[in-house]
Design a protein around this ligand. Structure first.
Ligand code: NI
Length: 270
């Protein structure tokens, strides 16, 4: 079991390094809070995929299930045509894993055609690799295709351009001392010059829902398309504060209405 633990810690560390590469802001925010004397814990990591027999939530979850994770709750996002599940480790100090998928059968024929062609490019060996969740893209990308996908689904265009890499990491706000109030933390992040997601208000959720969340807006990063290099949204940093259920346990699930707004943290600048 110790060995499984080591490989999980290694995978999570590799995912953090890959994520910081896509979101250099995250490391700067992490360092800023460290400099304030804070202890940083990771509440959850989010991954995105497409609902497809070869590639759905289950395919991405398998590696975590082998490493001691268990499936917990599922969530529906009808407007964005998304579905998600979250997984928890039996060691409560390990981050939760939140995996979402775009329900392709509800999207246009045009979108389905593009996505099934890129899925066909993924070698089965890549899918079997324990590091698939940071393997990136397995296909060539065209900027005009990216733009047309984004018209229909910002989510689809993000996965098309970025591939399989961590979408976000999340600071466990409960573990902070000076900034354990999400409002204060948000003010600190904004004062440091970072742009935050204001869709549905800065704070999504409430103590009544046992979860409050906020996030930065994903900063743009240069991505190489066949037509040249374009700047597009990469990854964002999330902040989650959890509250106790009537039974005294800290709520470990998610709130669909809040997550729905958090997904917009990778939307292109309007
Ligand atoms: Ni999240």
């Amino acid at each position: 079991m110790a060995q499984v633990h080591d490989s999980l810690n290694q995978l999570l560390q590799d995912m953090w390094v890959d994520y910081c590469d896509l979101n250099p802001e995250a490391k700067r925010i992490y360092d800023l809070l460290k400099a304030e004397g804070e202890t940083l814990e990771n509440d959850h990591i989010a991954l995105r995929t497409f609902k497809h027999p070869k590639l759905g939530i289950q395919s991405l979850a398998n590696i975590f299930l082998k490493m001691g994770y268990q499936e917990k709750q599922d969530y529906h996002f009808p407007e964005k045509k998304l579905y998600a599940k979250h997984y928890e480790h039996n060691d409560v100090h390990q981050p939760k894993i939140f995996i979402s998928e775009l329900k392709l059968e509800e999207t246009s024929d045009k979108l389905q055609k593009v996505i099934s062609s890129i899925i066909n490019e993924i070698p089965s060996t890549a899918l079997a690799d324990p590091k698939f969740t940071l393997s990136g893209r397995h296909w060539k990308i065209h900027y005009n295709t990216y733009e047309s996908l984004a018209q229909e689904s910002e989510y689809a265009s993000w996965v098309y351009a970025i591939g399989f890499r961590p979408n976000h990491f999340t600071i466990n706000v409960n573990a902070l001392k000076k900034y354990s109030d999400l409002k204060n933390l948000n003010a600190f992040i904004q004062n440091a010059g970072y742009r935050m997601n204001n869709s549905g208000g800065l704070i999504k959720g409430s103590p009544n829902l046992y979860l409050e969340q906020s996030s930065t807006m994903a900063p743009e990063i240069p991505v190489q398309f066949t037509e040249g290099t374009y700047k597009i949204p990469g990854c964002y940093y999330e902040f989650a504060k959890r509250y106790r259920l009537p039974n005294g346990e800290l709520y470990q699930g998610f709130v669909a209405a809040s997550a729905d707004k958090i997904f917009e943290s990778t939307d292109r600048l309007k």
